[in-house]
Design a binder for this molecule. Structure first.
Ligand SMILES: NC(=O)c1ccc[n+]([C@@H]2O[C@H](COP(=O)([O-])OP(=O)(O)OC[C@H]3O[C@@H](n4cnc5c(N)ncnc54)[C@H](O)[C@@H]3O)[C@@H](O)[C@H]2O)c1
Length: 327
């Protein structure tokens, strides 16, 4: 019986990590998570057979210890907010550029070939007529988008310079369970509905996004780990469907059973692209990726999960945390 594969997931206690780690564990992998628990939460990993190492991707010693002996890395840890990156570009740079470089370099030093990392579609490409794809010219308009482009650059360079099999997946806007800490539109709308306050829409509501369910994103991450994909590859992982913010608000109101919940408009925020959706044809060809969750079903399920979480019906208790520099 061959040894089970061991995968390090940076940022594995976050929103996407919670679903990915479940998927990997269910598939028979041993999983280690390195997370500094800033936006992540150890309760996301409650009950799973996972080693949670509390540490920072800017800390070389923590990275070296976390990478030692693993077969592959999935790099999700990031400062993930566009708005926060505009307010504080330095922290965004340190976590997303210096931190991502550190993850790649620690993997290289530990002899780990396969590094799959989370990138972004909309924020990295910037203002372009959608649908965008891998041939679209990246012109980020926020520090967050620029930081993800820099990470992709290093991933490609490490593939060519050191023969590593790096893969960057450019996620669309991800939604689904374990997103209670997120500041994205859907969770913010759900929060407004639950608290009885108006749904706030920045701009006139015609801005659009590509909402992709976290199960589909986790499927693509696992496929990028499993398949023989050339190093330095980049794929858009999306639903391929353009949804305006006003349409999303409507779906959220309907899913929650409050079709008349009030909506208010505020001025658009800098750094956010106006229209975005992506084509996933390359990911379909190479990874076999196809989105499986429709937005109507996904929003209904996401609301049910969020409502249960807020009512305290999702099991919460502490998972053990280790110091990554110890053993
Ligand atoms: N959620 C989306 O819509 C979306 C869209 C495009 C790309 N992405 C990317 O996907 C990845 C996962 O996003 P998410 O939505 O799960 O975000 P998240 O904030 O829920 O998860 C990120 C995790 O990284 C951890 N982390 C942050 N800084 C760290 C550091 N310095 N050291 C160690 N751990 C650190 C956080 O505690 C958290 O658990 C990120 O790279 C993000 O940029 C997300």
């Amino acid at each position: 019986m061959p040894d089970r594969r061991e995968v390090l997931v940076t940022g594995g206690a976050g929103f996407v990590g919670a679903t990915l780690v479940r998927r990997l564990v269910a598939g028979g992998d041993r999983v280690r998570v390195l997370d500094n628990l800033t936006t992540g939460d150890r309760v996301h990993l409650e009950g799973l057979d996972v080693r949670l190492l509390e540490g920072d991707i800017r800390d070389q010693a923590a990275l070296a210890a976390a990478c030692a002996g693993v077969d592959a890395v999935v790099h999700l840890a990031a400062a993930g907010s566009v708005v926060a990156s505009v307010e504080d570009p330095v922290t965004n740079f340190e976590v997303n550029v210096v931190g991502t470089f550190g993850v790649l370099d620690a993997a290289r030093r530990a002899g780990v070939e396969r590094v799959v990392m989370a990138s972004t579609g909309g924020a990295l490409i910037g203002e372009a007529t959608p649908p965008v794809d891998e041939r679209s010219l990246p012109k980020p308009i926020s520090p967050y988008g620029a930081s993800k482009l820099a990470g992709e650059g290093y991933a490609h360079a490490f593939a060519r310079s050191y023969g590593m099999r790096t893969v960057a997946l450019r996620f669309a806007n991800v939604y689904g369970p374990w997103s209670e800490r997120k500041r994205g539109a859907m969770t913010t709308f759900f929060r407004a509905i639950r608290s009885g306050t108006p749904i706030l829409i920045y701009g006139d509501g015609s801005a659009s996004r590509d909402y992709t369910h976290v199960d589909d994103i986790a499927w693509a991450l696992a496929a990028a780990l499993d398949r023989d994909v050339p190093g330095g590859s980049v794929f858009h992982v999306a639903s391929g469907v353009e949804t305006m913010v006003t349409e999303l608000a409507e779906l959220c109101r309907r899913a929650a059973g409050v079709p008349d919940h009030p909506i208010e408009h505020r001025p658009a925020r800098p750094g956010e692209v106006t229209r975005n959706f992506a084509t996933y044809a390359l990911a379909e060809d190479v990874l076999g990726y196809r989105p499986t969750v429709s937005l109507v079903d996904g929003v209904r399920e996401a609301w049910a999960w969020f409502d249960a979480w807020e009512r305290g019906e999702v099991v919460r208790s502490a998972a053990p945390v280790e110091d990554p520099t110890q053993g």
